[in-house]
Design a protein around this ligand. Structure first.
Ligand code: NAP
Length: 309
């Protein structure tokens, strides 16, 4: 049997001093596998009842290595759960107008249920314009203002995939959220802000801190749940959390590493070695939030069929 990174991490943890044993992993690899099996069962049922197979399309512009990896992973996920998938690849020289026209074509194509545009786009293309051109009915990334509004009101819609995946992960491990203080580091449109809305809906008391926050550690030290989403590797240290906190690491920064096959290593925003011994639950990087984000996208694509077909 092959070992993935999470298995390796668990084995390493079992060899660490006692203090590490109080901590448990929020294992995104395992939970995402379980959820994908459930999605596949639903897709099999949809197909057996003669209904349309969910179909996710992705637009990839240019040859950025990370973007190509993410899109390939999403294609593989679709295949695993039985979705149809289409990847439209365009050269980095495509104009904004041409790309808008491609998005409109997909909006009008009844065969496609969900569309994602892999970010970042080349500098001459306005990302906001492109993502807002995607029909809100196919916006399975949940970035369209219409879907953002519905989400903030707690109405049924597509949820931004990363916060959605994190909520699923916390629910799987039955992490208590009601009455808990959740501190989110980062206020981006795709992670921090929607995360705050979802944690409010989970009855947390929510604090969002950011680059202009004065004395940030004084907030994180008060948190029962810390969600780090700022993109600075190893930012959250052990002396910035209280004992027993639940820690979710959203960060994924590629750090050059010649000892790996790919030439890089993924680093989270949490300094795992100092934070893990003090925490009660913690996500690893990789194998924590990343696979759950991909599951969030699949769940949204399934939702597209239920909401709009
Ligand atoms: P982003 O758009 O760059 O936003 C970063 C946020 O962090 C901003 O709100 C910024 O504050 C805040 N920040 C920056 N430096 C800070 C500091 N020193 N102290 C406190 N706050 C600080 O990033 P993002 O898109 O939210 O992504 C954050 C990280 O998550 C990145 O590593 C990204 O690659 C990763 N990510 C992972 C997944 C996944 O599936 N695992 C998904 C999405 C993103 P200001 O607003 O004041 O500038």
């Amino acid at each position: 049997m092959g070992l993935d990174n999470t298995n390796i991490l668990i084995i390493i943890c079992n060899n660490l001093p006692y203090k590490y044993k109080t901590m448990e992993l929020l294992n995104g690899n395992e939970v995402s596998k379980k959820i994908k099996i459930e999605i596949k069962e639903k897709v099999d049922f949809i197909k057996a009842s003669g209904k349309k197979t969910p179909h996710l399309a992705a637009i990839l512009v240019g040859g950025d290595g990370a973007s190509m990896t993410y899109v390939a992973a999403k294609e593989k996920d679709c295949h695993e759960v039985g979705f149809d998938s289409t990847v439209l690849r365009f050269d980095a020289s495509i104009t904004e107008e041409e790309l808008i026209n491609e998005v409109i074509k997909i909006n009008e194509n009844p065969a496609i249920d969900g569309l994602i545009v892999q970010l970042p786009l080349p500098k001459h293309i306005n990302e906001k314009k492109i993502t807002e051109t995607i029909s809100y009915k196919k916006d399975v990334d949940g970035f369209h203002p219409m879907n953002v509004g519905l989400m903030f009101k707690g109405l049924r819609t597509f949820l931004p995939a990363t916060p959605y995946g994190i909520v699923k992960l916390l629910e799987h491990y039955q992490i208590e959220t009601t009455g808990k203080h959740c501190v989110i580091i980062g206020r981006s449109d795709i992670v921090g802000k929607p995360m705050s809305a979802l944690m409010l809906q989970k009855n947390c008391t929510v604090t969002v801190v950011h680059s202009k926050t004065v004395d940030l550690p004084s907030f994180t030290r008060e948190a029962d749940i810390v969600i780090a989403a700022l993109g600075i590797p190893g930012f959250l240290k052990g002396d910035m959390i209280k004992a027993g906190a639940v820690v979710v690491d959203v960060g994924i920064t590629r750090i050059e590493d010649s000892s790996t096959k790919t030439g890089y290593k993924l680093k989270g925003d949490v300094d795992f070695d100092s934070v893990a011994p003090k925490s009660s639950w913690i996500t690893p990087v990789p194998g924590g939030v990343g696979p759950m984000t991909r599951v969030g996208l699949l769940l949204n694509t399934l939702e597209a069929i239920e909401l709009y077909k």
